[in-house]
Design a protein around this ligand. Sequence first.
Ligand code: FE2
Ligand code: FE2
Length: 281
Amino acid sequence: MRLWAISDIHVGHPENRDLIQAIPNHGPDWLILGGDLGETLDHLDFVLDTLGPQFAKLLWIPGNHDLWSRPGDPQGEDKYHQLVEACRLRGVLTPEDPYPLWPGPLPPGLEPGTSLYLAPLFLLYDYGFRPAEVSLEGVLDWTMEEHILCADERLLHPHPHLSRVDWCHARVAETEVRLSALPAEARTVLINHWPMRQDLLFIRRVPRFSPWCGTPLTEDWHRRFRAVAVVTGHQHVPRTDWRDGTRFEEVSLGYPREWRRWLGESPPTPPLREILPGPAV
Ligand SMILES: [Fe+2]
Ligand SMILES: [Fe+2]
């Protein structure tokens, strides 16, 4: 029994849809869907109905694209809850559910009997990943100097919060309470669409996209909440890094023009990253 992860599968792209449909049955394994599955409720329905039968359990978190609202769509938290509802109809776990205990084999090096909780998080971003000399008020002027403006500014509504910063800080505060309530000796896998540390940003082609990439408030969460692994996406830069003995897995697939560079023209299936049991702790 294994825990796998993939994010940023963007099934609005037909090539990505084909890849997702090629994922074979994984028996008792679980799968993390790390956000940016698509842009609409139909995209989420497609992914859950395609992959639900292939895994024993799916865990879902939203990415920014999933939360976009087109005219007529619910906005902000209403859109988020619409997506959560689609997951619940199918028994898919979301950030709104109790954190499940991992029932499978532990990573080598963890004491047998250790409680390992899987924590799907929805934390958003607060524009905090920016140079110290750039103010929050001036951050969009700074990104626009290089003509960078994330489509979230038009499409990701903060309703009923006044801003995405407020929404992010509310999510961070309520999530801290829930993670702090876990047993003191328990270990975790933290799962969030946006990167959780600024030193793990690798968007070198568009450095001024960083304000939309997370919040410095989670910088030490891997230590505070005793994470074996931290799973994120959003950057479309798949890689593995280690900080303080915690494994950080960026598990994006990305757009066809991006994955072709490392997977070739027609890969048989998309790469799933093994999170558990994974390598030794
Ligand atoms: Fe993405
Ligand atoms: Fe994203």
